[in-house]
Design a protein around this ligand. Structure first.
Ligand code: ADP
Ligand code: MG
Length: 637
């Protein structure tokens, strides 16, 4: 293997990229100067390159500790494709294979070795490592070392012992996407990093479109959506196994290429489902949140949430599996009031941890509820969704991103204080004994049995809003709950009470403003094609959005499709996932640059020397066949 002393050359030669992304260079420089580093960057930001580039430039080898077998496989495959000697050692290998790998490792055959943390302090591994020069130890998914985090892996604690057993201490680099301060402190402390260079990049993912929709029939929306995104890779998350089965059957019955994944299936079925998705044998996977850990598939173009998740933490992680390649992708949440009920039920049936005290258990429940409420508010807010997410994760940034459903929706403001006052007065009068339905009926002056039975025709509020429709009043009530002017009980009765802000509304000190979408068409999700208009709109306006990627035109899409097919054929021959051959981003860049020579091909993002040798000609021929050697413009401005 050639040795490079210029990081840009390494970047281009092996990975085919011309520029580093935010944060990468600083971390690489830190490592090369012999300093420990901690890099905190969101999913898809490109953490791997931060240790792989220095690994290729330093004298000895790099040991990478990674928590999941699938992650290791993926990384090693990608490195091998790029022409780097790398291997993994974990329990998916037989004893014989492990012995062989260790032998090769001891002879310095690999530049980068991925290992599971359990293996680090085993005799065989240590013996092999004694014979080589280790220049870097990298801890990937470093949050696994935090005992307070969700993904704690006790075996990560062995990393320290391992480092201590080495004759000379190598540079230690650690990477994670978990931003909370507790976890960060934990990593620094537990890993005992020496005067580390710490780098935290912004958590925004500009190429991701965020949307919340409230379709009358979610199934119609899903079908309409996947039909509009044929051939694109996507994940559809559902809250329950039952929903997974239902949506999966719906898709299959409609001829959509899909697979499914949930904890009720056996290991083999799940492994096959995962592979079908990764190898693009199925476009779509319908799954519970059991799916996704360890999936580095870079060309996921959309993540739909059929149900609202329990927290924004979960949502951001799951939605974040879209667009790892930096190309545009969509994250759309299908919300309905029923989701709140499902989630409350799931939280209630969560088993208590017997090791915790009553107080601690209550505290956990309180936090769960708080997280759920923040998630619900994400679905209800009319402000920028991106800003909402970033604020939640502690990044204060004024946004108006123009790349979320709220920013793209035109609203007009309506003062509904009068309706609000009437509602509040009645809710006060009823003293928390009734829910939204009855409140509405009394206000519009309905003569139904229940209203009469409780003598509410005598109420001073009876018929007070007779000129309004029930839907309008309901909308105001939802807004009042959202603004914490009214409260609704969590049980199935949903009884209404007044909350803190109510008095100010009644006295006229505070007005209640409702933001209503101007283009009602876009909200008509019953009619799927109308619902889709919004996405068509978002695609065209996105070409000018902050994401720096190109949007292909019709012809461009045609060429892309041909290249995608070629990629699929090659991937099948070589038994690797297609995105390991070339990312979607690389294919898009080919369509944009329409290279006419191998030299020009090398200019494409993601085409390094090794991939040029292996696949350059085939892709070039396909492009030439399409363009006839001319340079048509295949993208929108
Ligand atoms: P992370 O571990 O931070 O989630 P990865 O390291 O898996 O992200 O990288 C995500 C994707 O970004 C990969 O497809 C990778 O090839 C690509 N990538 C990384 N660095 C660059 C770069 N400088 N230019 C273009 N693409 C990059
Ligand atoms: Mg990673």
């Amino acid at each position: 293997m050639e040795n490079y002393d210029n990081k840009y050359e390494v970047l281009k030669h092996y990975f085919g990229y011309k520029e580093f992304r935010e944060g990468q260079e600083d971390l690489i420089d830190g490592i090369l100067s012999g300093r420990d580093v901690l890099g905190i960057m969101p999913t898809g930001a490109g953490k791997s390159l931060c240790y792989q580039v220095p690994a290729l430039m330093m004298k000895g080898i790099t040991i990478v500790i990674s928590p999941l077998i699938s992650l290791m496989k993926d990384q090693v495959r990608a490195l091998n494709e790029a022409g780097v000697h790398a291997a993994y050692i974990n329990s998916s290998l037989t004893e014989g294979q492990i012995a062989k790998a260790l032998q090769f490792a001891a002879r310095g055959r690999y530049k980068i070795i991925y290992v599971a943390p359990e293996r680090l302090t085993t005799y065989g591994f240590l013996q092999a490592m004694k014979q080589v020069d280790i220049s870097q130890v990298t801890v990937d998914e470093a949050h696994c070392i935090s005992a307070w985090g969700q993904d704690f892996r006790p075996s990560y604690l062995k990393i320290l012992d391992f480092i201590a057993m080495l004759d000379t201490r190598p540079v230690v680099s650690a990477f994670t996407a978990t931003a909370t301060e507790e976890v960060r402190e934990d990593i620094l402390k537990t890993l005992r990093l020496h005067d580390p260079k710490m780098l935290i990049t912004g958590f925004d993912r500009p190429a991701l479109y965020y949307g919340v929709v409230t379709p009358l029939k979610k199934d119609n929306y899903v079908l309409g959506y996947v039909n509009q995104h044929k051939g694109k890779s996507g994940i559809i998350y559902c809250a329950t196994r039952k929903n997974v089965d239902k949506v999966y059957s719906l898709l299959v019955a409609n001829g959509v290429s899909a697979t499914r994944y949930h904890a009720g299936m056996d290991d083999e079925e799940r492994r096959m489902a995962q592979d079908d998705f990764i190898y693009d044998r199925a476009d779509i996977v319908v799954a519970t949140n059991a799916f996704g850990m360890g999936i580095d598939k870079s060309n996921v173009r959309f993540v739909l949430h059929y149900n609202m998740p329990q927290s924004l933490e979960n949502y951001y992680q799951e939605a974040g599996r879209a667009g790892r390649d930096g190309e545009e992708a969509e994250c759309i949440l299908l919300y309905s009031g029923q989701d709140v009920v499902i989630n409350r039920f799931l939280l209630d049936s969560k088993e208590d941890n017997p090791d915790l005290t009553v107080d601690e258990t209550l505290e956990i429940k309180r936090r769960d509820e708080k997280r759920l409420q923040a998630m619900i508010n994400y679905c209800l807010t009319k402000e920028c969704l991106r800003e909402y997410i970033l604020l939640y994760f502690g990044e204060h940034k004024k946004c108006e991103c123009d790349n979320c459903s709220n920013c793209q929706m035109e609203y007009e403001e309506e003062d509904v204080s009068d309706i609000a006052k009437a509602v509040i007065n009645l809710v006060m009068e009823l003293r928390g004994r009734f829910g939204t339905g009855l409140v509405c009926q009394v206000l519009i002056g309905s003569g139904n049995a229940k209203v009469r039975q409780y003598g509410l025709t005598e109420s001073p509020s009876y018929g007070k809003l007779s000129g309004y429709g029930e839907g309008e009043i309901k909308e105001v009530i939802s807004e009042l709950i959202f603004q914490n002017i009214l409260k609704k009980t969590d049980d199935r009765y949903g009884l209404l009470r007044v909350a803190d802000g109510a008095v100010d509304v009644v006295t006229g000190e505070r007005s209640v403003i409702l933001k209503k979408p101007v283009n009602n068409d876009a909200l008509d999700y019953e009619n799927v094609s109308a619902g889709m208009k919004k996405h068509v709109r978002s695609a065209s306006s996105r070409s000018k959005s902050k994401a720096s990627t190109y949007v292909l035109n019709g012809k461009g899409d045609e060429l892309f499709e041909q290249l995608r097919q070629l990629r699929l054929d090659i991937a099948r021959q070589e038994s690797v996932p297609p995105y390991i051959v070339f990312s979607d981003k690389a294919l898009t860049d080919m369509c944009v640059k329409t290279p006419a020579t191998l030299d020009e091909m090398l200019d494409v993002s993601g085409v390094g020397e090794n991939k040029l040798d292996r696949y350059g000609k085939q892709f070039l021929d396909k492009i030439l066949e399409f363009t006839g050697g001319s340079k048509p413009k295949l993208y929108l401005d």
